[in-house]
Design a protein. Structure first.
Length: 274
């Protein structure tokens, strides 16, 4: 077989292999097709597809595809050589191969379990009802002034009682990141805030400010509750993907926990053994 004819045949095979990788065609006979043998070791379409995926190379030109195959052949040629096999006994190489094998199998396990997790409409609906419910919830439009002492917060409340504008006071005196926008927090759900802040906000009427300074781990707050509104829960279809992803990840986490519980893991004392 002449070199040009060989190159043309390899180009066709390489294109087929890369097409299989990108299209995820499940054809074992095609993926097992041999491209070349190196000292009896067969380099297959499966090898090339994996190599292409790992390197992120998806060459479109025939010459680049041949170059990718040649790079893979060089890797196998060197790895299977007497010189490289001698290196495989080095402790750091042994450890690197063990880590690579562990990572590859662990990642493959997680992908497989994510794909095969038993997720159905009943479970999705149950999570939706538990997380979002059918009832409406309330959002509040609020501002706050964050200060570093109770006395400073009390002075701000007195200034508000005397007619000072809340946003002006926040811009002048707040030490929080919302200082530049007059203390504006936008529309928030009280339950997402610090417990003390949420309790104060929920006890207030729209259009009023807190009568006493509110202490959280961040400092002392003066709060203005500007408006409130009822918000319907999101439609099931709008959160379906999020719920399904959560269920799949939860399933895999439990699988990993099951494996850990079966494993005999012994924590070694680094001071033992001299």
């Amino acid at each position: 077989m002449t070199l040009p004819r060989l190159a043309t045949r390899l180009q066709i095979l390489v294109i087929a292999a890369l097409s299989l990788a990108t299209a995820a065609v499940n054809a074992e006979s095609d993926l097992n097709r041999e491209f070349v043998r190196i000292d009896g070791f067969p380099v297959t379409a499966m090898h090339l597809a994996v190599f292409s995926a790992q390197t992120g190379a998806e060459p479109e030109q025939a010459e680049d595809q041949i170059r990718l195959l040649n790079e893979l052949v060089n890797n196998f040629m060197i790895a299977n050589s007497t010189e490289a096999k001698a290196l495989s006994a080095h402790p750091e190489i042994v450890a690197a191969l063990e880590v690579a094998r562990a990572r590859l199998l662990a990642q493959a396990f997680v992908r497989s379990e994510l794909a095969n997790a038993p997720v159905n409409e009943e479970r999705i609906k149950a999570v939706y009802d538990a997380e979002f419910g059918a009832a409406q919830h309330t959002e509040v439009k609020a501002r706050h002034i964050l200060l570093n002492s109770r006395d400073a917060a009390a002075a701000a409340i007195k200034a508000l009682d005397d007619g000072e504008d809340f946003s002006v006071l926040a811009s002048r005196h707040s030490i929080g990141p919302t200082k530049d926008v007059g203390g504006d927090l936008g529309w928030i759900e009280p339950d997402t805030m610090e417990p003390e802040f949420a309790a104060a906000l929920q006890s207030m009427a729209d259009g009023t400010h807190s009568r006493e300074p509110v202490k959280t781990r961040y400092g002392w707050h003066v709060i203005l509750r500007e408006q409130s509104r009822s918000v319907a829960p999101p439609a099931l279809d709008s959160v379906r993907d999020e719920i399904e992803r959560h269920l799949r990840e939860e399933y895999v986490a439990q699988k990993i926990l099951d494996i850990r519980q079966r494993a005999n893991i012994e924590v070694q004392n680094p001071n033992d053994g001299g």
